[in-house]
Design a protein around this ligand. Structure first.
Ligand code: NDP
Length: 452
């Protein structure tokens, strides 16, 4: 049977674009890709990239304050949000164009339209046109999830933050995960009065307990109000803003409310169930280690599969799929020991097991140092950093590394190589320190602070 294409990709985000490019340019496949929104997907258009640029923008007031302590005659002026937003828009346009030309340069045909599945080899475009392909890859990502409660229509999501006309003076952030904690810090840095509600006992559930506590207290020290064990009961529109009635009995007004209470896979209306692909509890597409669904010609990668919802993981999954199916190189994406960073201020970088998880698994030694780093101590700021290693008492392997510090994201990337290679505590110890740095603490931790 002949098909219009060898591969049809639905979704132009990180995973889909990588798979399409490799299949076309290195696999010699005839490839088409459909995207209903902007090319680049969540990461480029409404996620990692604009978020990181906002992180940079929000760090300048502290930098200026420190500069004064170092002798500079510097003052923090006002923040010009429309100026920043216009620059951000230009940068996103540039990146979107680069993604587009990367695809067309590789010979990928682009359809700027929503696509759904008609059968195991046929895609229906919003125009009504149908296209056939030997293989179909679903890489439709996810979208913000807001729970259903009275007044939920007044809540904004991370998608809206980048498009705000002006910055609110008072903002409530709901949630305790990556997005809520990052935006609480960003908005605070930009001069917004931020309060964060989290329903559980401590923000950043799933990360190392000591590291979470460290980040939360640093955020509070900077002036962010974090209310744990607190949730919204209802939101009401008022003349001046939004009235928030919450479970702690408080009744406060904010100018805006940001909900960052998780994301859900974009699978609604794709036509998967009719083809016999049963969706998971959150609407995700179940796949095997090869990213193949229950229908052999249909694969899925990235957030839509709800495995590890990080851009670099989607890229690895998309690349492994293209290598396997179009380059004759069978490769599975490796989901073990994936490092990540939360871009709070200070950042949290993490790889491997938390102390709590490691303790459940085997006897461990915990090495940790919390100290005031040179640069901010000189400026008179109270910030403390945390460097922590979890070590197997039996094999001596470093099972986990957790860093809370400025630029922890950069540090954990390198520590992750050692942890992934199976480095032992003694391998860390025989590595000579780079002095004076914060990260040198990772190779000079002498005695365990506890064993378990
Ligand atoms: P997360 O899953 O990280 O956090 C969701 C938060 O919302 C949790 O604190 C959760 O509480 C809370 N929550 C969930 N449902 C409700 C509810 N009904 N009412 C009140 N609170 C609720 O999701 P995010 O939205 O922060 O991020 C989505 C994903 O995006 C992340 O998992 C991550 O994979 C990715 N991401 C990665 C980034 C990075 O690498 N730096 C940055 C941003 C996103 P509880 O803990 O009790 O479940």
């Amino acid at each position: 049977m002949s098909f219009d294409y060898d591969l049809f990709v639905i979704g132009g985000g990180s995973g889909g674009v990588r798979a399409a490019r490799i299949a076309a340019s290195e696999g010699g496949a005839r490839v088409a890709l459909a995207e209903e929104s902007r090319m680049g997907g969540t990461c480029v258009i409404r996620g990692c990239v604009p978020k990181k640029l906002m992180v940079f923008a929000s760090a300048y007031p502290d930098a200026v304050t420190d500069a004064r302590a170092y002798g500079w005659d510097a003052t923090v002026g006002g923040f010009d949000w429309p100026h920043f937003r216009a620059s951000l828009d230009r940068e996103l346009d540039r990146l979107e164009a680069a993604y587009r030309s990367g695809l067309t340069g590789a010979g990928v045909a682009i359809f700027d339209a929503r696509a759904t599945l008609a059968d195991a080899h046929t895609v229906r475009l919003a125009s009504g046109e149908t296209v056939t392909a030997k293989h179909i890859l679903i890489a439709t990502g996810g979208r913000p999830f807001v729970p259903d409660f009275p007044g939920c229509e007044l809540a904004r999501t991370s998608d809206d933050v980048f498009r705000m006309e002006s910055l609110p003076a008072r903002m409530l952030v709901v949630g305790g995960g990556y997005i809520a904690s990052e935006f609480a810090c960003i908005l605070h840095g930009l001069g917004v009065d931020v309060c964060q509600f989290y329903r559980g006992a401590q923000i950043l559930r799933g990360f190392d307990d000591e590291a979470r506590g460290h980040v939360a207290s640093a955020m509070q020290d900077r002036g962010i109000t974090i209310k744990c064990g607190t949730d919204v009961i209802r939101l009401e529109k008022t003349e001046g803003g939004i009235r928030v009635i919450s479970t702690d009995g408080s009744d406060r007004e904010f100018d805006a409310v940001l909900y960052a209470t998780g994301r859900r896979p974009n699978t609604a209306g794709l036509g998967l169930e009719a083809l016999g692909i049963e969706l998971g509890r959150n609407g995700q597409i179940p796949v095997d280690d090869w990213s193949q669904t229950a229908v052999p010609s249909i694969y899925a990668v990235g957030d839509v599969t709800d495995r590890i919802n990080l851009t670099p993981m989607a890229i690895r999954e998309g690349h492994a799929f293209a290598d396997t199916v179009f380059r004759g190189e069978a490769r599975k994406a490796d989901h073990e020991l994936v490092a990540s960073a939360v871009f709070t201020q200070p950042e949290l970088g993490s790889v491997g097991l938390t102390e709590e998880a490691a303790r459940e698994q085997e006897p461990i030694e915990v090495y940790a140092a919390a100290f005031r780093p040179m640069q901010s101590m000189f400026a008179g700021r109270p910030d403390r950093v945390l460097m922590k290693l979890i070590v197997s008492a039996r094999t001596r392997k470093v099972l986990g590394c957790h860093i809370v510090a400025p630029n922890a994201g950069e540090m954990i990337q390198l520590a992750a190589i050692a942890v992934k290679m199976g480095a032992t505590k003694e391998d860390f110890d025989r590595t000579v320190a780079v002095h004076p740095t914060m990260a040198e603490e990772l190779v000079t931790l002498r005695k365990p602070v506890r064993t378990a």
